[in-house]
Design a protein around this ligand. Structure first.
Ligand code: CO
Length: 218
């Protein structure tokens, strides 16, 4: 380990000790309580991008959010990882809200808009190219490149919300309890703001179930 790495990891563990001390100063039983279990109300699906700090940008505390992050916040139909998170969050933790949060300036979305061979990443990014193909008419009508890029970020978020709605665990829970609700957001790192796309998941559920009705029994 070279000196630079050494000081990086020393800093990390120093930060951790300070964080523990800070929490205990406010509540001496903080970690005892934290260790007792989790009851988060939100499932957050976001991008792995280092600038999209899920908890920090929402002011969420430990225990409040179940989080899944991958490149370009995708809930793929054959992604055992993402689907297991959705299954567990909705089926077992019974979260009340599912948030898919993309971000402007997303490198994955940008890469999917360019003609390039990225090897193992190709099938992953193809999922974003598929979103482009679904909305080709709208996207190609946008002449400004930056605007088209921003719009694909938004459309990808909506498509991933739809992918959540397609799952049996969501359909079963929603038809039984009216929960969870599904939200599509975009983090604008140019301003720091969260933008609510006002995704109408109730209307979309009806449309989706015309094709993806799994006959889920209640
Ligand atoms: Co991203």
């Amino acid at each position: 380990m070279n000196g630079q790495q050494d000081s990086f990891f020393k800093q990390v563990f120093d930060n951790n000790r300070k964080w523990v001390a800070g929490k205990l100063a406010v509540n001496p039983a903080y970690f005892e309580q934290l260790a007792q279990g989790q009851n988060p109300e939100i499932l957050f699906v976001g991008c792995s991008d280092s600038r999209v700090t899920a908890e920090e940008l929402m002011g969420a505390n430990p225990g409040e959010m179940f989080v899944h992050r991958n490149i370009s916040n995708i809930v793929g139909s054959a992604d055992l990882n993402a689907l297991s998170v959705v299954e567990y969050a909705i089926g077992t933790l019974k979260v009340k809200h599912v948030v898919v949060c993309g971000h402007y300036g997303c490198g994955g979305v940008k890469a999917a808009m360019q003609a390039q061979d990225l090897g193992l990443l190709n099938p992953w990014l193809r999922q974003i190219r598929d979103v482009y193909r679904l909305h080709k008419a709208e996207l190609t009508a946008i002449t400004d490149g930056q605007e088209r890029y921003d719009r694909l970020v938004e459309l990808n978020v909506e498509e991933q919300c739809i992918n959540v709605i397609k799952t049996a665990v969501f359909q079963r829970a929603y038809l039984r309890d009216g929960l969870p609700t599904v939200h599509g957001w975009v983090f604008d790192m140019r301003t720091g703001e969260l933008v609510d796309l006002n995704f109408d998941f109730v209307a979309k559920l009806e449309e989706v179930r015309q094709i993806y009705d799994l006959g889920t029994s209640l």
